[in-house]
Design a protein around this ligand. Sequence first.
Ligand code: SF4
Length: 429
Amino acid sequence: MRVGDSFCPGILHAVPAKDGLLLRIRIPGGLIDASQLRAIARIAETLSDRQVEITSRANVQLRGMQQKDLNHAVEGLESAGMLPSRAHDRVRNIIASPFAGIDGDELLDTSPLVRELDARLSADPMLAELHPKFSMSLDGGGKWYSRELDDLALRAVTSGGEPHFHLAVGGLPAGLSVASDQAIDCMIEAAKLCLQISKQFELPVRAKRIAAVPEAWERMLEGLSAFMQPYVPEKQVIAEQVIAEQDWPIGVHATRQAGVVSVVPSIPLGRLNAQQAQLLAAIANECGASLRLAPWRGIVLGAIASKDVSNISRQLEDAGLSLDGRDGYRGLSACAGLGCDASFADVRADAMLLAQNLAGRETGPGWSVNISGCEKQCAMRNGATAELIANESGYSLKLRGTTVALHCDAKNAIEAVAACHAQLEATTH
Ligand code: SF4
């Protein structure tokens, strides 16, 4: 087992941080079953800092683990089926809509494709060489979710009257589509081409770098030509209709099936304590609901009978997982803060103070706040309403794109963000 700070974390690649070892667990497509979540919660409770962190690629991480407990944690995760191939521990970024199969607007349920892609990826030794940040997105074409900035992204569209997937490579639309029954062959081939082309052109194994070099891009399209056909847009959910990432849907939502809903609780700062994770696993078990981790660092309880909702809502609220979107955490993200050597501030504590300040208020679309412990801005999402970056003497503060302070103490920064929130809400209503 390798332990070292030069590695991206995995289960077998624990990385030391200020608060102990950090493990990242691959959850392809965010599809996790109740027994797996329960196993993670148990390990968090007994061997790490009691928190289950959901990442922005819908994986899970555990922090604050000690070296002596590592083997025990790895065994637990492996026996729960979360390490199907040791060689592919860090080939993990398969991202899909957490509403796949239940979203009334989607053209295709991508869940079976996610499972097929993961099985083929995990069985192929060549693909173990993919960069740990290499990401592959399968998007059924619904309005709750759209990602095209991943290394490889397939979004469902209608082409020639049939469902196809439109391909984007490194964020660049290829203008080509692949039939749905060839989508996984195409994805696997494209991933292999990324490895080959990056070697040939001496580029990092990231599709964005390939898309930026015209000869490499040509080679990529040539290599995929057996799968692809020109794409003429017919029917798809247009970009403006897709819900922006910061406006993640909290609450109870209709699904494609009458009498069946999805339940989406707020997960403050993407962190569940072990008891909350156990509760979600128990609810999924009792109600036969599916569990999906979401790229907004959240969770969706899919396919729940409407009659069970009031009971579930009560249990979630009692556990501190709000369903009304008014807990102050909507749109709020913070980095690891004091868990990281580089942090100048306890950003999570400051994020909690801000949430307390905003709690009970309505939050309109587009509201987002990023709080980072240093210039690296790990919590950053583009176009945030408020950006706080800690430095040696407080926070630099940007509101709606304008820098308003360079060295602001936490209390004043929080008050300024809360005032900005109030002002925006007043103009909206
Ligand atoms: S933003 Fe800085 S302090 Fe926060 S996790 Fe990243 S490197 Fe660490």
